[in-house]
Design a protein around this ligand. Structure first.
Ligand code: LLP
Length: 430
């Protein structure tokens, strides 16, 4: 083995491309549940750092912005800011949180931006570097009206979609970005109006994992290369072309992780094929969210009811669609593992793992093979570091769970459990 190959394989051993649910220590999770109660999110900040490190190695020259929407908890943001990545924000609230966490490169992707969000971001941009990505021509007017003509990206609808579910494919939805054929004209207009135009932006969708998704990603990058060429042909220099996030993670234990190096090579190749049209000098930008945090998180829940029925064994748990919305919203699959100390000795049953919310959508899994559940067991739900706590809500007046961070061998509560009193705090007094 060459020295280089040996060091690459030792990096892979220390920093594997995926952390499976089986890799989490059951006893450690049981201890955390005993100490903090359930349902409980656990986020391992060391794994977040590993994910950032792998991304940086695969895309050494790229501008990487973490898509804050995947997980905006302060400890997570601070951890990612410390790795030197930038932040991609979907709302003024995310911009505020990213700045507070110490990110020094922050970009706001303005999708039908509410006036209140524009006001706040423009206000913050008065003394901080914030770039804004616009996806509609009239957003330029709205920014100019507020006296802002700073660093600007134009979001393009690439006409190419990808992702794990129709509800997260943005690249073909007219809601997102200016039509491709308008891109060069909008960039020219923005430049003429005095905006500091930095580049183009597009995002195909979320959950790029299989060969079809990779083909879509390649097509999107090639399209962005062409459009960059059109802009450069108009005599306008662009310094960055952002090709979105959406890098997938294997939610099913049988799925393989994304091969980041191949993805990076395919991205460079697709962008490179547009060279000669003026693209060669531009920096590649990516903005992954899920990839950085998904496998750094698990959700621990307790079985409170076991009900044998003719169709299935229903394992009723204390976490519902309010705590983890993805299965109800996207039929998303999350691995589930029994943390019972004797799980390996139990017979396997086909179970429905259902939450306490009064809706039939409220099931974490159906027909799932699990060690026969018993009342009081703990179950761990995998890959919940992305869009887990972040999409939690208080429907049924259910307070949101606590979040514990693991950091260099220590654990600490980074978000306390919400209480019923918290839920009524905003109601006006009569
Ligand atoms: N950039 C833009 C412009 C986006 O809209 C998104 C996600 C990302 C980056 C990051 O995508 P990621 O790398 O995390 O896949 N709640 C859904 C995902 C919705 C994502 C929306 N936009 C889920 O739980 O799968």
């Amino acid at each position: 083995m060459t020295t280089e190959a040996a060091s690459a394989s030792s990096v892979a051993a220390a920093n594997p491309p995926v952390r499976r649910l089986a890799d989490w220590p059951a006893a450690g999770l049981r201890d955390l549940a005993a100490e903090h109660g359930t349902p409980l999110y656990v986020v391992d900040l060391d794994r977040v750092r590993e994910n950032a490190d792998r991304l940086r190695r695969a895309f050494p020259d790229a501008e990487i912005g973490y898509a804050v929407k995947a997980n905006a908890i302060e400890s997570v943001l601070e951890t990612i800011a410390d790795t030197g990545l930038g932040a991609e924000c979907a709302a003024a609230g995310e911009v505020v949180r990213a700045l507070d966490a110490g990110f020094d490169r922050v970009r706001y992707t303005a999708v039908n931006p509410p006036a209140r969000d524009l006001d706040r971001v423009v206000d913050l941009a008065a003394d901080r570097e914030i770039a804004i990505t616009v996806g509609a021509e009239d957003t330029l007017d709205r920014l100019a009206e507020r006296g802002w003509t700073g660093e600007l990206f134009v979001r393009v609808n690439p006409g190419v979609g990808a992702g794990h579910h129709a509800k997260v494919r943005t690249g073909t939805d007219p809601k997102f970005g200016v039509p491709g054929e308008r891109a060069a004209a909008v960039v020219s207009e923005a430049a003429n109006r005095g905006f500091d135009v930095r580049g183009l932006h597009a995002h195909a969708g979320s959950g790029i994992l299989d060969a079809d998704d990779l083909d879509a990603h390649r097509a999107l990058v090639a399209r962005m290369g062409e459009l960059t060429g059109e802009v450069v042909d108009r005599g306008i220099d662009l310094d960055t072309v952002i090709v979105g996030g959406g890098f997938g993670v294997p939610y099913r234990e049988t799925e393989s992780p994304l091969d980041l190096d191949s993805l990076a090579a395919a991205t460079r190749e697709a962008l490179g094929s547009a060279e000669g049209r003026g693209v060669s000098g531009v920096t590649l930008g990516i903005e992954p969210g899920r990839y950085l945090v998904a496998d750094a998180g698990v959700l621990v829940t307790r079985v409170n009811t076991v009900k044998p029925t003719p169709e299935t064994t229903v394992a009723g748990v204390d976490c519902g669609m309010t705590d983890l919305l993805r299965p109800a919203l996207y039929d998303a699959h999350h691995a589930i593992r029994s943390l019972a100390p004797d799980a390996a000795e139990r017979e396997t049953v086909s179970a429905t793992v259902a939450g306490p919310v009064c809706e039939s959508a409220d099931a974490l899994a159906r027909d799932r093979e699990l060690p026969a559940p018993a009342r009081g067991d703990l179950l761990a739900v995998g890959n919940t570091g992305a869009y887990g706590y972040e999409m939690a809500n208080t429907y049924n007046s259910r307070p949101r769970p606590a979040v514990v961070a693991l950091d260099d061998g220590e654990s600490r509560v980074c978000v306390r459990r919400e209480t019923i009193d918290d839920l009524t705090r905003l109601e006006a007094e009569r």
